[in-house]
Design a protein around this ligand. Structure first.
Ligand code: NAD
Ligand code: WQD
Length: 382
């Protein structure tokens, strides 16, 4: 059960070697939790695990790593048998929007089937607490801005987004069929930044698809110039507006989500501080359900030019860029209303865009080749 103190609580992080998972792992360990990571390293490096240990200085038994695919039922069964798991934070999945349109079968299989196998094995071990990485993409072109959780979902325009929306429905049905399940769907806006140590961060394979990793590689001299996709949107400066959120703020949101779930399971939260009886999250029809849905953003929109200027201030030199046509599938503007997370989770983002860019720059400049530097490769072999 979750209604225990953090040092008695073990959390399984699927995809915990990845960008958001590794930062969440640090925040969980710093809050006293025990963490088990399962990751097949399809989009990450084992070096991240070593870096997490360096940051947190935890003993080996507080952080356990399994290199395995969540599609592998046998491997998952072993992990659940070997660990007394209390809750799952489920990050594992493929996430590249463009690639998902080229490889829909791979995306549906990995993201959907992977989650079905995970939940099935978890259920057989009586583990029914899950926090899921959802995305603002489920709102499609939002009906209103700032986007509240009541904003209707719209058909995402790509298979990646479809998997997020479908998994939200699947996990909601899981709860409806068995109310012992506790489900929290966290809808992330645009996570950027890195841990302020500069030891962990986002390490995309190949040329980055997302804005800040691309700018960071321009800033460090690996790419010549940023292509700004569209300067004719109906936004203050014509470029796209997004709600960028520091990944460490996002990671802290996951710790709060676990505490919130614990309030449902028992009379005490895992911090030992009563959060009050869980009464579910407000739903669009005015009722409350055991499925918690929260936007995690800052509530502030920034344009592409705002990000370029903040990054220039962080790295101390100009970022060359050109204006290019719009990128197909992009929307003009989105940013979150985060009142529900503030009120229910007691969470709000602390860091501003400059801090996000400073930490992205620190990570990029200290690790120009990401985790793939010779020292880490040697360590992995050793
Ligand atoms: P990431 O790729 O860095 O992390 C995902 C991790 O999952 C990787 O380490 C990868 O190796 C692992 N993985 C993938 N498939 C697996 C499988 N079948 N079995 C085991 N491990 C597997 O991505 P991230 O940015 O940290 O995103 C984490 C989650 O948050 C994803 O579900 C993503 O869709 C979601 N999300 C991300 C963003 C974003 O902009 N980064 C926004 C909204 C939602
Ligand atoms: C941000 C802004 C671009 C790259 C994506 C996914 C979304 C979620 C978060 C997972 C936009 C502009 C970008 C570049 C640019 N992921 N841009 N030049 O598209 O808001 O969201 O990541 O769930 O589902 O779609 O993020 O970083 O790609 O773009 O001008 O080289 O930067 O047009 O306005 P996006 P992004």
């Amino acid at each position: 059960s979750l209604a225990k103190s953090p040092d008695n609580t073990t959390v399984l992080l699927t995809g915990g070697a990845g960008f958001i998972g590794s930062h969440t792992c640090v925040e969980l360990l710093n809050s006293g939790y025990r963490v088990v990571i399962v990751d097949d390293l399809s989009n990450s490096c084992q070096a991240a695990i070593k870096r997490i240990r360096t940051i947190t200085q935890v003993n080996d038994d507080r952080l356990v790593f399994y290199r395995a695919n969540i599609l592998d039922r046998e491997a998952l069964t072993t992990i659940f048998s070997e660990n007394n798991l209390d809750a799952i934070i489920h990050f594992a999945g493929f996430k590249a929007v463009g690639e998902s349109t080229q490889k829909p079968l791979e995306y549906y299989h990995n993201n959907i089937t992977g989650t079905l196998v995970l939940c099935d094995v978890a259920r057989s071990f009586g583990v029914k607490n899950i926090v899921f990485s959802s995305s603002a993409t489920v709102y499609g072109t939002p009906e209103f801005i700032p986007i509240t959780e009541m904003c209707p979902k719209h058909e995402p325009t790509n298979p990646y987004g479809q998997t997020k929306s479908m998994l939200e429905n699947i996990l909601t049905d899981l709860y409806k069929g068995d109310p012992q399940w506790n489900v929290v769907l966290l809808r992330y806006f645009n996570p950027i930044g890195a841990h302020e140590s500069g030891l962990i961060g986002e390490d995309p394979k190949g040329i980055p698809n997302n804005l800040v990793p691309y700018i960071a590689q321009v800033a460090v001299g690996k790419l010549p110039a940023l292509k700004v996709f569209g300067n004719d949107y109906e936004t203050p400066d014509g470029t796209g507006v997004r709600d960028y959120i520091h990944v460490v703020d996002l990671a802290r949101g996951h710790v709060r989500a676990l505490e919130w779930m614990a309030g449902k399971c028992g009379s005490e939260s895992i911090e030992g501080k009563a959060l009050g009886a869980f009464h579910g999250a407000p739903q669009p029809d005015g009722t409350r359900s055991g499925v918690g849905i929260f936007n995690l953003g800052t509530g502030k929109g920034s344009s592409v030019l705002d990000v370029i200027h903040a990054f220039s201030a962080a790295c101390g030199h100009d970022i060359p860029y050109t204006f290019e046509p719009r990128r197909p599938g992009d929307i003009a503007e989105n940013y979150a209303a985060c009142d529900l997370a503030a009120c229910e989770l007691g969470w709000h983002a602390r860091y501003d865009l400059l801090k996000m860019c400073e930490d992205s720059w620190k990570w990029q400049s200290l690790n120009p080749e990401g985790y793939n530097d010779p020292q880490d490769t040697l360590d992995e072999q050793g």
